[in-house]
Design a protein around this ligand. Structure first.
Ligand code: ATP
Ligand code: MG
Length: 389
């Protein structure tokens, strides 16, 4: 029996003239995601994308796992294809749905006929198929209000598609539809979630990680790579820049007042990330900050951090509680990696009494003890790039 994956898109369907660009992007992203599974043919018609495997060995379950992580999809399902005559629809539905129908007690049929040349109306198709299934599976009852399963038949231009239920897609917009941004990625719980949330809105990601060997270990960098691999399952490949940060932290430690350590360090992160972002065609920065979580995330501290860059800084977690962030990190499977205990450079030089209401002028004055330009140039020179996929 011929099977396909049917994909319904979400918000993009509302985008008027841009819609076909979004559709093309979604198809491109689907092709990339499904490449390792096997050869497919993709077509689209009437707000639906059809994925048709080109070989019998195609692993549908693996393919569905991939589709589940492609942004821009509202719902998807596996369906069988019948010829456009009611006899074939009845026979194929019986065979294709048998296993599922044996597990349940109640069902209803929903039919949609977009091919108006088909001789039966939608209610007639529903009635015929419902009656037929009741006869073939006598334990079943119809429940139109709260059925265990909804059997759907869609009669379209190229065939009739039969399925039981559908799965929720990842939502959002196709990655690439929103331009590029650079996420500042630590090994913590928050920044991978922030990256995922922006990718969900169609943003293509670059990543910047600051490493301070020997204070931070090679394991910390491996952890960051593992986190990005998880995010990349949704976002597609991510270019990662690993920036040497030891010299800067040591200089700050030697020459600046302790209460400002973290903030000055964060300002350096912003300045360097902005340079890397510009070099890589990114239009904004992304961080995992959330108001009040730590001393460097008060409104005053965030304002001081923002003042170090002219780029927009997106903080998608800004109003979220830790619990809500953890929930997403579990969903995207980064949580267990994030809680591995490897030091981040942020935890290396932490002041005992950080300023929670810093004044920008005082910070700028404190920074005058440093050769900012040279420090940044050195960091950029030492930056190593790699691709995470
Ligand atoms: P996270 O869980 O993402 O580490 P956090 O709550 O621990 O966040 P901080 O350590 O203060 O907060 O970091 C705030 C944000 O700064 C992070 O979300 C991340 O975007 C960025 N950041 C922190 N450390 C690094 C690093 N070593 N490299 C790149 N970005 C970093
Ligand atoms: Mg952190």
């Amino acid at each position: 029996m011929k099977e396909v994956i049917l994909i319904k898109y979400g918000e993009m369907a509302l985008k008027g003239l841009n819609r076909s660009t979004f559709e093309a992007l979604l198809i491109k992203n689907l092709k990339k995601a499904l490449k390792p599974i096997g050869e497919i043919e993709i077509t689209r018609s009437q707000s639906t994308i059809f994925i048709e495997p080109q070989s019998d060995e195609f692993d549908f379950n693996r393919a569905l796992e991939k589709v589940k992580k492609v942004f821009g999809i509202a719902a998807f399902s596996r369906a069988c294809v019948a010829n456009k005559n009611i006899q074939d629809i009845l026979k194929k539905a019986e065979a294709y749905l048998a296993e599922r129908l044996k597990e349940i007690k109640t069902f209803k049929v929903e039919a949609k006929r977009s091919d108006k040349k088909f001789p039966l109306t939608s209610p007639q198709i529903s009635a015929q198929l419902g009656g037929y299934l009741l006869k073939r599976f006598p334990h079943l009852k119809v429940d139109v209000h709260n059925p265990d399963e909804i059997v759907t038949v869609e009669v379209r231009d190229f065939g009739a598609y039969i399925r039981a239920g559908q799965l929720a897609g990842a939502g959002g917009m196709p990655v690439g539809s929103g331009g590029r941004a650079a996420v500042l990625i630590s090994g913590g719980i928050d920044s991978p979630v922030a990256a995922w949330m922006m990718a969900k809105r169609g943003i293509e990601l670059c990543a910047v990680h600051f490493a301070s060997p020997p204070y931070t270990s090679e394991r910390a960098e491996i952890k960051v790579r593992q986190l990005l691999e998880k995010v990349a399952e949704y976002s597609g490949e991510i270019k990662l820049a690993v920036v040497p940060f030891t010299e800067i932290q040591e200089e700050i430690g030697k020459k600046c007042p302790e209460e400002y350590f973290t903030l000055i360090m964060r300002r350096f992160m912003m300045m360097i990330s902005e340079r890397i972002a510009k070099d890589n065609g990114c239009l904004a920065l992304i961080t995992g900050e959330s108001v009040g979580q730590v001393a460097s995330q008060t409104i005053q501290a965030l304002a001081v951090t923002d003042a170090a860059t002219e780029m927009p800084v997106f903080r998608p977690l800004i109003g979220m509680d830790k619990e809500e962030i953890v929930e997403i990190s579990r969903k995207i499977d980064t949580f267990e990696i994030s809680i591995q205990p490897y030091d981040d450079c942020c935890t290396v030089f932490t002041p005992r009494h950080p300023k929670t209401k810093p004044q920008l002028e005082q910070i700028i004055k404190a920074e005058q003890a440093l050769d900012i330009e040279t420090l940044i140039d050195n960091a950029i020179k030492g930056t190593r790039y790699s691709i995470i996929e």
